[in-house]
Design a protein around this ligand. Sequence first.
Ligand code: ADP
Length: 398
Amino acid sequence: MKILVVNAGSSSLKYQLIDMETEKVLAKGGCERIGLDGSLLKAKGNGSEKIYEKPMPNHKIAIELVLGALLDSEIGVIKSMDEIGAVGHRVVASGEYFKKTTLVTPEVLKTLEENTFELAPLHNPAAATGVRACMEVMPHTPMALVFDTSFHATMPEKAYLYGVDYDDYKKYGVRKYGAHGTSHKFVSAEAAKYLGKKPEDLKIVTCHLGNGSSISAVDGGKCIDTSMGFTPLAGVLMGTRSGDIDASAVEFLARKKGLSHAEAVNYLNKKCGVAGISGVSSDFRDLEAGVERGNERCALALDMFSYQTKKFVGAYAAVMGGLDCIVFTAGVGENTPAVRAGVCEGLEFLGVEFDAESNALKNNGSIREISTKNSKVKVLIIPTNEELVIARETAELL
Ligand code: ADP
């Protein structure tokens, strides 16, 4: 079966067509600037790339263009739309309405639209638009919603609750939901495979470090805690997000800067993190270049990022009562040796023997061990593959 994975943003739509027998990506690409001037689709297939500069006033037209590219005489990889067995849609937030991958029905779509938009105002409406667009263009193809939050549904109440009034939690659903679940799920399963162990026998801390970053405790194959919260603003500081901050400091900052609640949260999401600390960039490559030039604030930003990530590793080893493996993944986790070193150095007391030489090697896109042969705790770099998880989940559901 071939599965189309769709990741719709407010003005973008990324896709991959995956052959489930081989798990190979047959075609992939993305539409940019949907609803804006200068929209285009960059599509890859059959070993070549084609750019379609076509107006895309909405997501329906975008998905029609994507299907056109999949059927294209040069870069096309299918002969008929019927070859697409199902569509898996990435959805950021589920709230408590969906615990697992869910087949799209009119009721499911209604629940998604009526209850979850507030939880991810930028992402979930876009995902729903993507689902509706696909349903219009491919009315007979089964569709699945695959949530970033599902892998975290196994967290116990003591881990996901905030210390707020329990009745308010019940009434408003204010709690930790986490994010990047498909990535944490994928890399923790890959780690078990690589180590030749059953997931049930492993205590793993997975560090998904990218522009957005989250760290999870995966005990026996199940997520028991994660660093992101009600929204992706929580946890470690990130590219432009502050990470955890005292709520009173938010009110204080808003007052001092003359911001409304919404503006203050927007500020914490967009103007803070390593970009705010360094005053240079949210991109870790720019921070590394800054350090080389002797920029102290770039060094401070990197230092804070590693320090905060290390604290989660320690906390999660404590709550799991041990640690077998640390996994680094995503843009920064896979490509920034200084961060991995900053997180792992000094963890000898936990049984981590770090291999600085292996850590310094350039990313080659495959799994790499960056702990020594004798290290009790294995440290691995594992490239993430969220699209493959979405495709697998969709196939399993069918
Ligand atoms: P997200 O999916 O959260 O947008 P990514 O996982 O793609 O983020 O990570 C993006 C970040 O990874 C960039 O901001 C950059 O700081 C960092 N990075 C460092 N080196 C590389 C590299 N060689 N390729 C891509 N990203 C890199």
